[in-house]
Design a protein around this ligand. Structure first.
Ligand code: ADP
Length: 363
């Protein structure tokens, strides 16, 4: 006969204070509709090591542990076990840490002293469900990325053949300076295929970065910024732009190639979306409480209030700017990269005055 009894939920409790541990254990085991089997560890390193060898449904995690600082504990668990639901235990009245906990990948947080048994059971149950949906979405996202990568990759060679053929026709079969219908059609074909090539290349770069698993290392922003400015200037040779790097660029924690891509997108946009005034771009790093805010400010065309919320949507381009080559991928891509680093991308802009794009990196 099939049993209707629920299988116990396997909970890993990581908490160094034994009074708090006993309090949690007494509360967690009191809910009949949520049977649990709890394993307790007092150190972050022990918690991580047991998660590697045994199967758990959820982690209840205290952030202040003897071998891990509050702002590092969650990141260490989330980086190592990205699909594991984590509920943060707190007795800290640190609103900022709690807010960050959610953006760093916790499903929920519970105040140890005020939480009731029912509330804890409900929080754990929904945290598991939410993480299941997230994991499912992540898998679909990965499948979509693989698909985009394959399509973009397959398109590249035939597209290159068309581009080469059109250039050959223009150079060998059409007289120079000719402006008849055929010449104009060939020019149109070259423009469209060039746009398509840019699109395919950006899609390939976009699809290349998978999931949230990438190694974070110390990255010196100063040479990256200099390198990006050089690259963008080489692309805009005729440009008289003044580019100022204000103060020292910091060393941040992240993936150098991905951060370079973000800087490249933002600095090259500052050059692309300029108006007739002499262009001035200012790059600045500001130390915040929990990380660095890097901003790229320009005095270009600016963005209207109506367009501002949409510009980092994939493929979105402001209609006024469609004469300028672009794909509408760069900002969406940059936003994803920064969010995968646990940060955020922000923009302030005034039409006809300029824009200030900034990104926050925790660390
Ligand atoms: P792309 O530049 O390839 O169109 P992005 O995703 O980088 O794609 O940017 C999306 C849109 O946001 C651009 O088409 C442009 O209209 C607007 N935009 C981005 N950066 C700036 C900027 N610095 N100044 C004004 N508009 C900008």
């Amino acid at each position: 006969m099939a049993s209707t009894r629920r299988k116990p939920c396997r909970v890993l409790l990581v908490e160094d204070d034994t009074d708090h541990r006993d309090l949690i254990l007494s509360k967690i085991s009191r809910v009949p509709w949520f049977p649990v089997k709890v394993q307790w560890e007092a150190l972050a390193s022990k918690g991580i090591s047991i998660l590697k060898s045994e199967r758990f449904d959820i982690v209840l995690l205290d952030l202040s542990l003897p071998d891990s600082r509050p702002e590092e504990t969650l990141q260490a668990f989330a980086d190592e076990f990205p699909t594991m639901p984590i509920v943060v235990l707190t007795s800290l009245a640190d609103e900022e840490l709690i807010e960050n906990a959610i953006s760093w990948g916790a499903q929920d947080f519970l105040d140890k002293s005020t939480v009731t048994s029912e509330l804890m059971a409900r929080s754990l149950r929904y945290a598991i469900k939410r993480k299941e949906s997230l994991n499912h979405l992540r898998k679909q996202n990965e499948a979509l990325r693989t698909f985009s990568h394959t399509v973009a990759h397959e398109l590249r060679s035939p597209l290159q053949s068309v581009v080469t053929a059109l250039h050959l026709i223009r150079e060998s079969a059409l007289p120079a300076g000719d402006n008849n219908t055929l010449s104009r059609l060939v020019e149109l074909g070259i423009d469209s295929t060039t746009h398509l090539t840019n699109l395919v290349n950006e899609l390939l770069a976009f699809a290349k970065y998978d999931g949230e698993n990438f190694a974070k290392e110390p990255v010196e922003l100063s040479p990256l910024v200099e390198d990006v400015i050089r690259e963008v200037r080489a692309f805009h040779v005729m440009d008289d732009a003044e580019v100022i790097v204000e103060g020292e660029m910091p060393v941040v924690k992240g993936a150098a190639l991905q951060l370079r891509q973000v800087l490249l997108n933002l600095v090259s946009n500052a050059f692309k979306y300029r108006d007739e005034r002499p262009l001035k771009v200012t790059i600045l790093a500001k130390l915040q409480k929990n990380g660095w805010l890097i901003s790229i400010k320009d005095n270009g065309v600016g963005i209207s209030e109506a367009d501002l919320p949409k510009i980092s949507n994939l493929f979105y381009r402001v209609s006024r700017d469609t004469e300028i080559p672009g794909t509408g991928i760069g900002l969406s891509f940059s936003k994803q990269i920064i969010e995968r680093h646990g940060g955020y991308l922000d923009v302030e802009s005034q039409l006809d005055e300029g824009s200030n794009f900034s990104f926050f990196l925790p660390g």
